[in-house]
Design a protein around this ligand. Sequence first.
Ligand code: TYM
Length: 340
Amino acid sequence: MEPAKTEEPQKVIFSAIQPSGTITLGNYLGALKNWISLQDEYDCIYALADLHTITVRQDPAAFRRHTLEAYALLLACGIDPKKSLFFIQSHVPTHAQLAWVLDCYTQFGELQRMTQFKDKSAKHPDNINAGLFTYPPLMAADILLYQTDLVPVGVDQKQHLELTRNIAERFNGIYGPTFKLPDAYIPKNGAKIMSLQDPTKKMSKSDENANASIAVLDKPEDIMRKFRRAVTDSEACVRYAEGKDGVNNLMGIYSCVTGKTNAQTEAEFAGKGYGDFKAAVGEAVAEHLRPIRERYADYIRNRDYLEQCWGEGARKAYAISIRTLRKVMKKIGFVPPKPM
Ligand code: TYM
């Protein structure tokens, strides 16, 4: 008799992005592109991390609009609600509940060491709120609620992922196996897209210089202009080398959108100047993003469909995450509530 087939359970992917304004080429190449490609092979759960966004003061109307736009844009990028769960974090109350619990298993010193906390407090000295400080345990809650295996993120989130593992290990150490320990899933190419104006800094949504970052929804002519103005160096030779941060960044972006290796790019532009190279990168990026912009225009007009998707996403996310939360509460010793 043949042995019964034991099906391996699918690995769980979780990731999230803040709806804090413009979604950039950095977000797309560092994280979103992987989110899309993982959908066929894994159980994928994705969220708009809107609770994280209020650690920086938001104008209510703009915040609401950015959240709607981000939801439509991620669908346009290729998140398929038939394959993946895709919800808005504030719609699923288990996230804030587990975050409080994890706050109590995270040390002050650990949070003080987070580089993002240090950077953001330096940037907003008039609003160093407690939420900015306890942001990492909320992110840990997002991930741990779903017994996540892999978290596709850019390299700037690596430290938060390491802390998530530490918190989970600490909790498991006290109460026995409760949380799965997640791994970061960081792309080889595109993990850190740099600013076009200062290639020693990462490309960021909040950069004041509009030429420093490309938005996924930028018009082709704006994309071309920003790449034409990208800061490079005086060598005028397209090659990947230490100290050539601007050119290295452009080569990385070119590779992400065309699939070409650096050697192929060097050969393609041998004997040509930066003008030709920058135009080619701009064109390749604009072409890559064009279908996303077109699909976005349809999604953003269809509010009913968006609501249906995020309603369904939140309902399913709640059903999964409440199981972990109940287990956690029981292990700590909370008296179980009666159903409300
Ligand atoms: P956020 O919204 O800042 O960024 C979303 C994703 O984009 C990546 N990213 C980049 N990748 C490459 N180059 C860049 N210049 C670049 N800029 C941003 C980020 O690494 C991230 O993957 N705290 C998170 C959101 C979050 C989350 C989570 C992520 C909340 N809960 C749970 C994973 C799991 C954040 O602020 O990402």
